[in-house]
Design a protein around this ligand. Structure first.
Ligand code: GLU
Length: 548
């Protein structure tokens, strides 16, 4: 058969470059000898999830700890399953978690010399290679219809055979030249298939950079490489892209191990060197007593939007994933609590071979610790970021007054003080904790433990002497001074020595004032709260809090 003629008949494009010319367009990268070139290559068929961030982070770390390159490629060959907004979600999410690409789709970078980074925009390159494979006898046209393929699959299933297009089932593999041209003349639709050279009897050892040695069986499936619309399949496209983008290491989910035989054969027939592959184990969770994979359907925590919406501190999510990715990260982190996680020497050898257990309680722990390390300014930025996207209109109005919020945060988070608050794990909690500083969200419950006469006397007594200029000592002296007017002890020690002699003590006076001003029996330092609220607002609250 004249294969050159066949290739021209099947792929008549006049504007394809030669393989050599493509090689010149995408020359070797000039990088240090051990530099890794890695990528995140999502298909925009759904929303990016924790698993993508997990492997994305590993790829990013390996590129950036070796002075390499981490790039974003969009594998959009499957138009039917495309989901609007998926690409934006990848970019926004990775940015939110501080995982930075050096080049790629939608990345504004002078390094973008290996694009386009959307596979659909690279159709010509794939067609040039498909044509070359046809000319060399490694690919052929297949005219089977959807119905015919379904019938074969049903038969295979019934006979308990492996499904697919291979061996005796690969009908079009043996079409004669006449049959092919007759089909073409009739305008029959066709796809281009790989003419597999493999035999499933042949098994060999393959070195996976995470799993170690694994046994792989040769591929014998004549997989589709170009679909009838001329667009490649993911398998074909990704091999060509990894070659031209000079990927050195592919870290991806272990669900891709099943495709490894096809990928190995494709690289072989295309004449490419295989990148190193590293198949990472899936994220698992405990469901009662059993360990299972995180599932899209059952586990909202698999979606990355879950973390943004719930207001997790992004660095905490990243650090937690680092503990799952590298078994010695946690220890390093404990020894270097203030170090940037990027200073940790990430090693692929330390990645877990079996499923990593994802535990929300542990993540919450890391989140609390990270939030407790923020400066007031960082804390404002974090909460404000969440408020702008997910808060109420009221929250957004509150956050316009940055100076006021910073003062509140310093107080309630204990910033600059001796004791940092360590119970805030998510932005929303933090935002709700400051609600009582604003009149529109101040919803007090006046649950005093004393009668009307006592409460009102305390409040009136305080209003009479209150001076916003008082320091904490002067303020407390005034609180003490009120105690005798309601039969309370001015000193706690006095009260403890003789509790029957008093209705209460100075701390009960403070509690009444606290409930009046904050609506709560427990709060951070009340004198400071009053100073932040200002004289007018404090007095107004005190007056409103009297019982009638
Ligand atoms: N596009 C594939 C995915 O959606 C990428 C697989 C790979 O990394 O080779 O996950």
């Amino acid at each position: 058969m004249d294969l050159k003629k066949l290739a021209n008949a099947l792929i008549p494009d006049k504007d394809l470059l030669s393989i050599e010319e493509y090689e010149k367009i995408y020359p070797e990268r000039q990088l240090a000898p051990k530099a890794e070139v890695t990528r995140l290559a999502p298909s925009p068929t759904g929303f990016i999830h924790l698993g993508n961030l997990y492997t994305g982070l590993a790829n990013e770390r390996l590129a950036h700890t070796t002075d390499g390159v981490f790039y974003l490629r969009i594998e959009d060959t499957d138009e039917k399953r495309k989901v609007d907004g998926a690409v934006e979600s990848v970019i926004r999410s990775l940015k939110y978690f501080g995982v930075a690409f050096d080049e790629g789709a939608e990345i504004d970078s002078p390094l973008n010399k290996y694009g386009p980074y959307y596979q659909r925009q690279r159709a010509k390159i794939y067609r040039a290679f498909a044509k070359d494979l046809i000319e060399r006898g490694f690919a052929y046209p297949c005219f089977c219809t959807e119905d015919e393929l379904n019938a074969v699959r049903e038969k295979q299933t019934a006979e308990k055979q492996t499904t697919g297009y291979y061996g005796k089932y690969a009908k079009c593999r043996n079409l004669t030249e006449d049959e092919i041209y007759k089909n073409l003349a009739e305008g029959k639709k066709f796809v281009i298939r790989l003419k597999s050279q493999g035999n499933i009897e042949n098994k060999s050892l393959f070195r996976d950079a995470i799993k170690g040695e694994i046994t792989v069986t040769e591929n014998d499936q004549d997989i589709v490489i170009l679909k009838s619309d001329g667009i490649p399949t993911y398998h074909f496209a990704h091999a060509i892209d990894d070659h031209f983008m000079h990927t050195t290491l592919v870290i991806r989910g272990e669900e891709w191990i099943a495709s490894l035989p096809v990928h190995i054969e494709l690289h072989k027939v295309l004449g490419f060197k295989l990148p190193r592959y590293a198949h990472s184990s899936s994220l698992m969770k405990m469901d009662g007593e059993t360990k299972r994979k995180l599932s899209k359907r059952k586990d909202p925590e698999l979606s990355l939007d879950y973390y943004r919406k719930s207001g997790y501190f992004p660095l905490a999510v990243v650090k937690y994933l680092m503990t799952l990715l590298n078994s010695d990260f946690e220890e390093w982190s404990l020894k270097n609590p203030d170090a940037d996680y990027r200073d940790f020497k990430f090693r692929i050898e330390k990645m877990s071979r079996s499923g990593a257990l994802f535990d929300l309680d542990k993540l919450n722990d890391v989140s609390r610790t990270e939030i407790s390390k923020l400066s007031a300014e960082q804390c404002f930025d974090f909460l404000n970021g969440w408020v702008q996207e997910f808060g109420t209109d009221g929250d957004r109005a509150h956050f316009k007054d940055k100076e006021y919020i910073i003062k509140i945060l310093e107080l309630i988070m204990g910033i600059g003080g001796k004791k940092r608050r360590k119970d805030i794990e998510r932005a929303e909690q933090g935002v709700r904790f400051i609600d009582y500083f604003f009149d529109d969200t101040f919803a007090p419950e006046y649950s005093y433990r004393f009668d009307k006469q006592t409460v009102n006397t305390v409040i009136d007594g305080f209003i009479k002497t209150y001076d916003i200029a008082d320091d904490n000592n002067a303020w407390f002296a005034k609180v003490k001074a009120i105690a005798p007017s309601v039969g309370f002890a001015s000193e706690t020690s006095e009260y403890r020595a003789n509790p029957e002699a008093f209705k209460g003590s100075v701390s009960d006076v403070a509690e009444i004032l606290r409930i009046a001003v904050t609506g709560m029996a427990n709060s951070p330092d009340l004198c400071t709260i009053m100073r932040i609220l200002g004289k007018e607002r404090t007095i107004m609250r005190l007056k409103k809090a009297k019982l009638n």
